[in-house]
Design a protein around this ligand. Structure first.
Ligand code: PLP
Length: 231
């Protein structure tokens, strides 16, 4: 078994055992393999091993990498987990099956227009800046419930759930729990939270979508940043 297959197998097992420890069905947690910065050749063994959900944080990188992979694995599903500029929304709607980073009205309006024009319905998550960090993307926690409602009513978008990235220096569990309370208040079901270092804690707190990169694919060249500046 190559290192990607081994990493994937280990993460799958850890996801399943975290789910069982929390009294949850392992199948209730969707593993998104975050393939940003890794070349198509590194991603292919994960596809061969049956992994189907993948996360990318840049539209252009995904456009360059995925058409050939999708030609061989047509049922692969792509998740955009990085910030989305309005001028890339059309490309994002065309390529991605889920967008985890909806965080402002202007983007909601453009996504609604593009979804209608392209007759596509990517699964949408509202990103919440759960630690209220100045440099991080996401809607403020205090505005999240109203924003979800505006997405649904003013923009006519179906919202699947909420997404967050806790501050790196904090204990993540209180932030995961806070996101869960916001989702309950907003009446949305999915929680996209948890990465390589904290996915077990996220699953214990109710994550339905964990986004795991380096634990599967290995250390990322250059330690590419997480969801900060626009991409
Ligand atoms: C890179 C990234 C991940 C995966 O991070 P790892 O620590 O490699 O698992 C998850 N979520 C977002 C938003 C990211 O940008």
């Amino acid at each position: 078994m190559g290192s990607v297959e081994a990493g994937l197998a280990a993460v799958r097992e850890a996801v399943a055992s975290a789910a069982r420890a929390a009294g949850r069905e392992p199948g209730s947690v969707r593993l998104i393999a975050v393939s940003k910065t890794y070349a198509a050749a590194a991603v292919r063994p994960a596809l061969t091993a049956g992994q189907r959900d993948f996360g990318e944080n840049r539209v252009q990188e995904a456009q360059a990498k995925w058409p050939t992979l999708k030609a061989a694995f047509a049922d692969a599903r792509l998740h955009l987990i990085g910030p989305l500029q309005s001028n890339k929304a059309s490309d994002a709607v065309a390529l991605f099956d889920a967008i985890h980073t909806l965080d402002r009205d202007k983007l909601a309006a453009v996504l609604a227009r593009e979804c209608a024009a392209q007759r596509r319905t990517p699964e949408l998550f509202v990103q919440v800046n759960i630690g209220a960090e100045a440099q991080k993307a996401g809607i403020a926690p205090g505005e999240a419930v109203d924003f979800v409602r505006r997405c649904q009513t003013a923009h006519g978008l179906a919202i699947a759930g909420l997404m967050c990235i806790p501050p790196v220096e904090d204990e993540p569990t209180p932030h995961f729990a806070a996101l869960g309370r916001l989702a309950a208040a907003a009446g949305v079901g999915r929680l996209s939270m948890g990465m390589s270092g904290d996915f077990a804690a996220a699953i214990a707190t109710g994550a339905t979508d964990v986004r795991v990169g380096s634990a599967i694919f290995g250390a990322r060249p250059g330690g590419a940043g997480i969801n900060h500046a626009s991409g």
